[in-house]
Design a protein around this ligand. Structure first.
Ligand SMILES: [Zn+2]
Length: 456
């Protein structure tokens, strides 16, 4: 008897029982980084998106152009199943707007109407201004603000903390009979830059026009009120909401070689506000998602699971893209390994945070341990924190259904100074940051796609 015949079953058992150690992911990370810095494709794409297409509010022809452009870029990179999945989106237009202080010191003011606001009556609105520092102060004044414009002069204490005044200010003021609402721009510093953003009315109260004023103007009006001076303003806003418009999420794939039904989503939102160029918010997230897939494709890497790029429509004023995706892909949600979203600017990636809505504390602890197993792959990029936390607005409808969402935290030292303003332009983006981020994202997506990791 051939002695090897007796050994053979043993060898097979050893091979089946003990998995081969996973290949060291770091050399691939280094190759992805080298390619990102050689080509700077994300930077070139962002320059085109900003300079040649421009701001991309839902319903605008620029957003349609961006949707067509992104598909052509993804096709050219060799991705497959490139398509525009239709979504109906709100169509708000700003129109002409202006504001001036009439009393006590005639001054022209820089404003930006808030997205979703109604316009002022024909010929504009002239009224006295009442300045408050909180909803509590408004409640104390109550009916005393009737017929006035309420200004919420609320200092910035973090975006999540302060943004409620932008979102709910008009409804709260209208409850007491105010005829307009202004909000101090939600940002830490200002060069006379008003910040727009989304707001909502309460159907129980009248819709009144609402706009952001600059930090400079807001604090000036507070000082005037403290001196007991009468503040009178004239506000002109041509804003209106048109019927919903047809838009789309852009979707493209690198199909998985072994488990094509298991999907890692890489995403950012293609729409922006109608001012500036939407460079930080969220052109940067869009182009690094595209570039990450392109780097993997160009190096001929073959992920075991599918990597799917999704460029969302209508993050800024409706989240219709994220909701439509959830509805159209409901049957596949169970197979989404992770939905990664980057939407906090162009500065360097510092962390990935995993959000699990339907997991027990034990399951979350196990998922965190799984997430931390990707530390090795990301090691060439310096410290990247892997933690539990929030994910992203566009993926949130899926995440609510139990899909693991992964948010991308960027350094964001200047993000809230700039986003939603005329200053959100391409010149403030660092070329090397985008290359770095695209390589980090590509490495992370590839590692997820090569692994057996499940976070639920
Ligand atoms: Zn955004």
């Amino acid at each position: 008897m051939n002695p090897f015949r007796r050994l053979l079953p043993c060898l097979i058992a050893v091979q089946l029982g003990a998995q081969a150690p996973p290949a060291d992911p770091r050399p691939v990370a280094e190759r992805l980084r080298a390619e990102a810095f050689r080509t700077h494709g994300a930077y070139e794409d962002l320059a085109w998106l900003c300079d040649r297409i421009g701001p991309r509010l839902s319903g605008s022809p620029q957003l349609d152009q961006a949707i067509a452009w992104a598909q052509s870029r993804l096709k050219a990179a060799g991705l497959v199943n490139v398509r525009a999945e239709p979504v109906m989106v709100p169509h708000w237009v700003r129109g002409h707007e202006s504001a001036e202080l009439l009393l006590p010191t005639p001054t022209r003011l820089n404003i930006l109407g808030l997205g979703g606001s109604v316009g002022t009556p024909e010929g504009g609105l002239t009224a006295d201004v009442a300045v408050v520092g909180s909803f509590d102060e408004l409640d104390q004044l109550g009916e005393a603000v009737k017929g006035k414009i309420v200004l919420f002069d609320v200092p910035f204490k973090g975006y999540g903390h302060t943004v409620v005044y932008r979102h709910d200010g008009a409804a709260r003021a209208a409850k007491y009979g105010a005829v307009g609402a202004l909000v101090r721009s939600v940002g830490p510093v200002s060069l006379d830059t008003p910040h727009t953003g989304a707001m909502d009315y309460d159907p129980a109260f009248p819709k009144i026009p609402t706009a952001a004023v600059t930090l400079e103007a807001s604090t000036q009006m507070r000082r005037m009120q403290q001196r007991g001076e009468r503040i009178q303003m004239r506000l002109v806003m041509g804003a209106k909401t048109l019927p919903d418009a047809l838009s789309a999420n852009v979707v493209a794939e690198i199909p998985g070689t072994e488990k094509p039904d298991e999907v890692v989503i890489l995403s950012g939102h293609l729409d922006s506000w109608d001012v500036g160029q939407g460079a930080q918010d969220d052109g940067a997230g869009t182009v690094i998602a595209m570039e990450a897939a392109r780097l993997i494709q160009r190096l001929g890497l073959k992920p075991r699971r599918t990597i799917r790029v999704v460029l969302w429509t209508n993050e800024e004023n409706g989240l219709r893209g994220g909701k439509a995706y959830r509805d159209a892909h409901r049957a596949e949600l169970k197979d989404i390994v992770a939905a990664v979203e980057t939407d906090s600017g162009s500065e360097r990636i510092k962390a990935f945070s995993l959000e699990l809505r339907k997991a027990t504390p034990e399951a979350k602890a196990a998922a965190l341990a799984t997430l931390k197993s990707f530390e090795r792959a990301l090691a060439p990029f310096g410290p990247v924190d892997l933690r539990l936390g929030g994910s992203g607005a566009d993926v949130s409808p899926m995440v609510a259904e139990g899909v693991p969402g992964i948010g991308v935290s960027h350094a964001a030292t200047r993000y809230f100074d700039i986003h939603h303003t005329h200053a959100d332009t391409f010149d403030k983006v660092e070329k090397d940051d985008l290359a770095h981020n695209a390589a980090v994202l590509a490495t992370f997506a590839l590692a997820l796609a090569q692994s057996e990791a499940r976070f639920r």
